[in-house]
Design a protein around this ligand. Sequence first.
Ligand SMILES: Nc1ncnc2c1ncn2[C@@H]1O[C@H](COP(=O)(O)OP(=O)(O)OP(=O)(O)O)[C@@H](O)[C@H]1O
Length: 347
Amino acid sequence: MIRLENVTRVYGQGAKAVTALKDVNLEVAAGSITGVIGVSGAGKSTLIRCVNLLERPTRGRVFVAGQELTAMNKTELRKARHGIGMIFQHFNLLESRSVRDNIGLPLELIGTPRREIDQRIDELLELTGLNDRANAYPAALSGGQKQRVAIARALASNPQALLCDEATSALDPQTTSSILALLRDINQRLGLTILLITHEMEVVRTICDQVALISGGALVETAPVGDFFTRPATEEGRVFLNDFLQLAPSNTLLQRMTAHPDEHSLPVVRLVFRGQSLSSELMTHLEQDFGIRLRILQARVENIQGRTLGLMIAEFDGARDTLGAAMDHLHTLDVQTEVLGHVQRHD
Ligand SMILES: Nc1ncnc2c1ncn2[C@@H]1O[C@H](COP(=O)(O)OP(=O)(O)OP(=O)(O)O)[C@@H](O)[C@H]1O
């Protein structure tokens, strides 16, 4: 549905040139939701703006719905853009127009007959849950309602694709959830293809099917969301996920922990289980074969697109000489371990 081929975007010239995108190849399947993530300055905005040619790539080709946008003249491009809606972090509504008139604006601009515009506005008010705000002005709306108006306006010309530029970054968590639910709903109901950029992993985890990680202008990893969260393929992916997946030791635990072991201490280990949860069999196995009893101090289980990710901090109580073998055994089961420190034995 959306395809970027070797897209490069260089800003400025000569010594001051900045390569914001380097040879990016990205494919977004029809009807799917793809999230582009990356640190600030990685090139996310540039990438999404290259899709509808708000930024023209310095090199490379952009295809949307089988048409090459980079090969079009101005008139063709203007027409093709009707098939691509866009929403922004700060909504970009016209303050002097009511909700109805903001939603109808794109249709007015292309000369759609008034009756058709009014009918379409009614449908969109219904779809986005704005019926009772139709005659309000943007200043009287909450952030979530403003973004709903922006979504309705972006959908006015029945686009096949929707680009979302940090669409929930200015919203509180609860409003974010309701906007994400709306995006998922229109994706499913209308078969709309969505490409979004975000710095929030929670957004990706909640609604995306595919994730694309961009770093220094290059696309370093593209994967189904479940795979990315449980098994990132690149070091950049692991680093990016670390913050999201971090199960930080509590303050109480940090106060009890020392960096070095002594003869009475027990190691405190952080474990990450990917695609499985800690079974009682595994606990029994560690106890029977290695003489190690796990005392769970903290735990969190995430379900990401049907894949389980378990995070745990536990004391490993047992003979020190079997600890290494037990850790090796866990690694063969694809359980990641990391010794965080040592605590004094309770008894
Ligand atoms: N108009 C411009 N002129 C010059 N350099 C630019 C321009 N726009 C972006 N850049 C540079 O291109 C690089 C990528 O910027 P971009 O805004 O695409 O990143 P981003 O990942 O969206 O960042 P953020 O999350 O902070 O918005 C940065 O180094 C930025 O400074």
